[in-house]
Design a binder for this molecule. Structure first.
Ligand SMILES: C[S@@+](CC[C@H](N)C(=O)[O-])C[C@H]1O[C@@H](n2cnc3c(N)ncnc32)[C@H](O)[C@@H]1O
Length: 226
């Protein structure tokens, strides 16, 4: 975000996150960035979808550090799944910051320790396929003005900053874009468990599941499009 000062900090599991000075929020849980991503987006999102199918289309709201994309690539690679991954971001971090992130230390089973940097270097709004199994497109857009084809994703990682920092991104007009973009039976996962957000999701037609949150957080939300 223009004028935002972003600092890399270490979370409790040792993995990095970024602190946004403008919003006074971090990109991940301070209790553990990798731990949170694994729990919310992989264990409660990607894995349940992969029980039914091994070709999965994912929409991520907030590419940020690229950690969710990197972890999803790794799961796809290790399990022989194919993934189409569209990640929306309006305020990308700098390449210099991406190069400083320490996630590869946890992912030493990846062939290429610079994979995350390649994700950040790739062109916007262009498909790039990695290892024949993971096709990433970074979409340069604000969530609010996103134009997406209807019923095209199996899974949404809704990873906006918290409602306390950016309430407008948790309103019905934005969450409706997610509902419409999901296929029937598709799911949205988010770390957020705020009552008003769950009510908004429900009002759009989602079925709500309250699941245990990652360490440091009691609950998270999974919303299914019936
Ligand atoms: C919680 S962070 C995402 C963390 C990310 N998924 C990761 O693994 O690092 C929220 C992201 O949303 C982006 N963002 C904030 N407002 C936005 C908007 N209106 N439209 C698009 N992106 C936005 C921020 O720049 C930030 O990268």
């Amino acid at each position: 975000m223009e004028g935002d000062i972003r600092t890399i900090i270490e979370t409790s599991d040792g993995s990095h996150t970024i602190l946004s000075d403008r919003f006074q929020v971090s990109y991940h849980s301070k209790y553990g960035a990798i731990q949170e991503s694994n729990h919310v987006f992989l264990a409660n999102g990607l894995h349940p979808v992969a029980i039914k199918q091994h070709h999965i289309s994912i929409l991520e709201m907030g590419f940020g550090t690229g950690l969710n994309a990197l972890l999803s690539f790794r799961e796809a690679w290790l399990n022989h799944w194919t993934v189409v991954y569209h990640a929306v971001e309006a305020y990308p971090i700098s390449l210099e910051q991406a190069q400083q992130l320490n996630y590869h230390e946890w992912l030493n089973d990846l062939d290429d320790p610079a994979l995350l940097v390649h994700f950040h270097q790739q062109d916007w709004d262009t498909d790039v396929t990695y290892n024949d199994i993971f096709t990433l497109k970074k979409i340069a857009s604000k969530f609010e003005s996103l134009q997406l084809p209807k019923e095209s994703y199996d899974l949404v990682y809704y990873d906006a900053f918290a409602p306390s920092a950016q309430p407008e991104l948790w309103e019905a007009n934005v969450l409706k874009i997610m509902y419409e973009a999901l296929k029937q039976g598709g799911m949205l996962v988010t770390y957020c468990a705020k009552g008003s957000v769950k009510r908004t999701l429900k009002s759009l037609g989602f079925l709500i599941e309250e699941l245990p949150g990652p360490p440091g957080k009691r609950e998270m939300t999974r919303a299914i499009k019936p």
